[in-house]
Design a protein around this ligand. Structure first.
Ligand SMILES: *Cc1c(COP(=O)(O)O)cnc(C)c1O
Length: 396
């Protein structure tokens, strides 16, 4: 007898994925990831990126990244607790705290790493985490890593949250209890009910944790979903990414000075993984400064999103109940969704089909992310293609 070797594992698992239609093929772009992209010589309107504000390719940010690279080098050298920290990381964290309206902030290498670091640093075996059932994969993984008991809460169901919080407390089994939620749910674009969440967390003594990866730079005049609801002082831990609206890479946790002190000595991705490159830290800081100083950048995103949504609705699509620029076109059937996306791409709109298990069975959709860098001509072109393909497939 022998154990299954790697080759055999990969052969069986890969063919299984392919059979289930879950195997990823990844397109290669020629050139940058802008509002329009080129794939295999074909130009497409890019409605798939999270680059909400078009920051990823802004000249001002490229310049700042280059300058920081010249000053500090291409790499940070080591983790900050070992090698010391660069001034640019400290400057970024100060700016993030100001941006989020908190005492302090800590930068990580990615939003994913924030959840890997911050949740297990605070929640331990013997604690419980109440978690919205549609939370992002990195939240789910961070919760698992913590060793705390995970209690799933029905999506955005505040009665269910209240009941489960009460039951967890009355059981007497848990020392600390956290409620964790996305600020904006990325598949539907719905907003977490922050004021009610803050009420419930305060009433029951829960630690409140909002991962606002899709809300920062978008909601609350760019400051995020928590600020949108005026709850900066009521949410214990605010998480954001520097890779979506901010347009660079990295993530952060914002909260009290004590929380950040704790994370700087306990969050494992901070302790054991090299910090952001100087260029990334400088560009992220500048990007946040730009969106704070110039509200028209965020307004442009909303103008484009509102226009695009209205046009899709006008031609007869179901675009769900998104409260953000995220614009799903919901078909329901999985196969129809795949075919729809394939035709849209052929015609010149770059979108991805999103089907089970990423979203519930029977709610297949194509998700559009209009952004501030799209011109009206690009959006009109996309809408015309939606109309053509929709009629052809008898969807509208
Ligand atoms: C995208 C996303 C992340 C991951 O952020 P990265 O910076 O890309 O690692 C984490 N949490 C949520 C809710 C997200 O949507």
């Amino acid at each position: 007898m022998r154990a299954m070797d790697l080759e055999e594992f990969l052969d069986t698992s890969l063919s299984d994925l392919k059979e289930k239609g879950l195997y990823n093929t990844i397109d290669v772009l020629s050139g940058a990831n802008g509002p329009e992209i080129e794939i295999e010589g074909k130009k497409l309107v890019n409605l798939a990126s999270n680059n909400y504000l078009g920051m990823a390719t802004r000249e001002e940010l490229i310049e700042v990244a280059n300058k920081a690279t010249e000053e500090y080098g291409v790499g940070a050298g080591a983790v900050r607790t070992i090698n010391g920290t660069l001034q640019i990381h400290i400057d970024l964290e100060k700016k993030l705290a100001e941006f989020k309206g908190t005492e302090a902030a800590i930068a990580f290498q990615s939003g994913f790493n924030c959840n890997m670091g911050a949740i297990p640093a605070v929640m331990k075996k013997g604690d419980a985490i109440l978690s919205d059932e549609l939370n992002h994969a990195s939240i789910i993984d961070g919760c698992r890593l913590s060793g705390a008991k995970i209690i799933r809460v029905k999506h955005q169901d505040m009665d269910d949250l209240r009941e489960k919080a009460k039951a967890a407390i009355e059981s007497g089994e848990y020392k600390k209890i956290m409620y964790v939620t996305d600020g904006v749910f990325s598949m539907d674009g719905d907003l977490a009910k922050i004021p009610e969440i803050a009420d419930i967390c305060e009433e029951y003594g829960l630690i409140s944790y909002v991962d606002d990866a899709h809300g920062s730079g978008v909601m609350g005049h760019g400051h995020g979903t928590v600020k949108h609801f005026g709850c900066e002082k009521r949410i214990n831990m605010q998480i954001g990414t520097l890779s979506k609206a901010v347009g660079v890479v990295g993530g952060y946790v914002a909260g009290s000075q004590k929380l950040i002190d704790w994370l700087k000595s306990q969050a494992r991705p901070f302790l054991f993984s090299t910090s952001l490159t100087p260029g990334a830290a400088a560009a992220a800081k500048k990007s946040i400064e730009m969106l704070m100083e110039n509200p028209s950048i965020v307004e442009k995103l909303w103008d484009n999103a509102n226009y695009f949504k209205a046009e899709l609705k006008k031609i007869g699509y179901d675009i769900g109940n998104s409260e953000t620029p995220i614009t799903p076109v919901i078909l329901g059937d999985e196969n129809a969704t795949q075919k729809f996306a394939a035709r849209l791409i052929e015609e010149g709109v770059y979108v991805k089909p999103i089907v089970y298990p990423t979203v519930p069975l029977g709610t297949g959709r194509v998700r559009n992310m209009p952004n501030a860098a799209h011109t009206k001509e690009m959006l009109d072109r996309a809408v015309a293609i939606y109309e053509k393909v929709g009629k052809e497939l008898k969807l509208i």
